[in-house]
Design a protein around this ligand. Structure first.
Ligand SMILES: NC(=O)c1ccc[n+]([C@@H]2O[C@H](COP(=O)([O-])OP(=O)(O)OC[C@H]3O[C@@H](n4cnc5c(N)ncnc54)[C@H](O)[C@@H]3O)[C@@H](O)[C@H]2O)c1
Length: 424
């Protein structure tokens, strides 16, 4: 028993450090359903019971709650190995008994059995729909295909969709859930780091149009997000780095303490040390969650999440989505944004050098490939977030803070593009 308590306390410390809210419970009568109180060290809102006791023995269920103050509130459960508890968790969050599992063949081969087995053991039926991999799958045609199979299987409004995959599956399956019979419940099981820290948080779902990325979509908050950091072990190093860029972004724009933690532990995180990776995922989700709670529909504050993205999107489009991963392009975009803030006198040199150094240590690009600057500049003007051809820039006066700046001369933008990207 003593050993168990010691081990739980070590986990508690880890989660306290992460600022994650959670409860621990076990089948032992002495401790069943116990909630560990942080003793006032953290804001009360961060400490909430999540999932009642489950399974046998100690069942740590750390979760970050996204709270809108209504029935859309949902937990993001972050725990290595949690995939095996999918059925138990899902049962607590949805009423229906039929799950439509949307995934890619490869991800299904890796993790489908464990997820489906767990759902079945919880008494659920499964309709499995596998879609091809890659960004080209994110189309209205694929959504229609998914919906067609659901109709064919006579799934009713009590059924729900479970997305098992990266951002592509999550966005596509989420849109299907948003419009199937005017909307059914949606559960995310993100399997890339980018999906775990970014696309599964915040409720944006959607697909691409021939004229641009993510132009067709909806807001649909999931009922539950099940995040298992163990699945990252089968991800390519490049995909992993792509997610690290979004984690670093979260620290830069809103949490200097997390940024410092990333500086200290970037090697542990990148090496998939489960303790540090789980902590960093949970904290990134919490940062994004707090922003989304304040501005779900991106009327203002949520735009700071686009730090580095105006430049990043243009770089992705310039290379026709083949030159850089999304995270690599965002990393380069953040390097450009950091230099822009310095040029405008908005930050100190140290603010820039810390960002560049952390991005470099994470193996992300901070120098371009001598892109054609005029092409990049015109691509920036057609960015979805540009208004009347004018870009808004998210800039960082110091680590942990971001602000939106509208009036920046094209001369200044050109200068930093040239400095960071070089010119063809
Ligand atoms: N909705 C949002 O708020 C939001 C935010 C950011 C990005 N996105 C979207 O996310 C998408 C990118 O997501 P992504 O980077 O996760 O790419 P992805 O979904 O295409 O996944 C990348 C590749 O990794 C494979 N994969 C996934 N998990 C794996 C695992 N555990 N082991 C081995 N291979 C695995 C996939 O099969 C795929 O080939 C883009 O379409 C982007 O627009 C959405």
């Amino acid at each position: 028993m003593l050993l168990m308590i010691t081990s739980v306390m070590a986990d508690v410390k880890r989660l306290l450090d992460a600022g994650v809210c959670f409860c621990y419970s076990c089948n032992s009568s002495a401790r069943a359903g116990m909630i560990l109180d942080p003793g006032g060290a953290y804001p009360a809102e961060a400490w909430l019971t999540i999932i009642p006791p489950t399974g046998k023995g100690w069942t740590g269920m750390p979760a970050v709650w996204i709270r809108f103050g209504d029935k859309r509130d949902y937990p993001i459960v972050v725990d290595p190995g949690v995939l095996a508890a999918t059925g138990t968790l899902v049962k607590k969050r949805v009423q229906g008994k039929t799950a439509c599992l949307v995934s890619h063949p490869r991800i299904h081969r890796l993790y489908g059995k464990i997820v489906e087995g767990s759902l079945r053991r919880s008494g659920m039926k499964i309709l499995r729909i596998l879609v091809p991999e890659g960004e080209t799958t994110k189309t209205l045609g694929q959504v229609e295909g998914v919906i067609g199979q659901m109709l064919h299987a006579r799934l009713d409004r009590a059924s729900f969709i479970v997305a098992l995959g990266g951002g592509v599956v999550g966005d596509l399956a989420g849109l299907a859930a948003a419009i199937y019979m005017r909307g059914i419940e949606f559960i995310q099981i993100p399997t890339t780091l980018l999906a775990q820290v970014d696309s599964s948080v915040g409720g944006k779902v959607g697909v691409n149009h021939a004229q641009g990325k993510n132009l067709i979509g909806a807001f649909l908050q999931p009922r539950l997000v099940i995040t298992d950091p163990q699945v990252l072990k089968t991800l390519t190093a490049r995909q992993l780095r792509s997610g690290l860029a979004e984690m670093i972004k979260a620290g830069i724009i809103a949490d200097s303490g997390f940024f410092r933690q990333m500086e200290e532990h970037i090697q542990d995180i990148a090496a998939l040390d489960m303790k540090w990776m789980s902590t960093a995922i949970a904290r990134s989700c919490r940062i994004k969650g707090r922003i989304v709670e304040k501005d779900e529909r991106e009327k203002g504050l949520r735009a700071i999440l686009n730090y580095g993205h105006t430049f990043g999107h243009a770089l992705e489009a310039y290379h026709q989505y083949r030159g850089y991963t999304h995270g690599e392009a965002v990393a380069l975009g953040m390097a450009i944004a950091a230099h822009l803030a310095l040029l405008l006198g908005l930050c100190k040199t140290e603010t820039v050098s810390r960002q560049i150094s952390l991005l470099r240590q994470a193996g992300l690009p901070v120098k371009g490939k001598r892109e054609e600057l005029n092409r990049i500049e015109s691509l920036m003007k057609v960015d979805k977030k540009a208004s009347e051809g004018k870009n808004k820039f998210v800039l960082t006066p110091h680590i942990g803070h971001a602000r939106i700046v509208k009036q920046i001369s094209s001369f200044s933008v050109h200068r930093v593009l040239k400095a960071v990207l070089g010119s063809a």
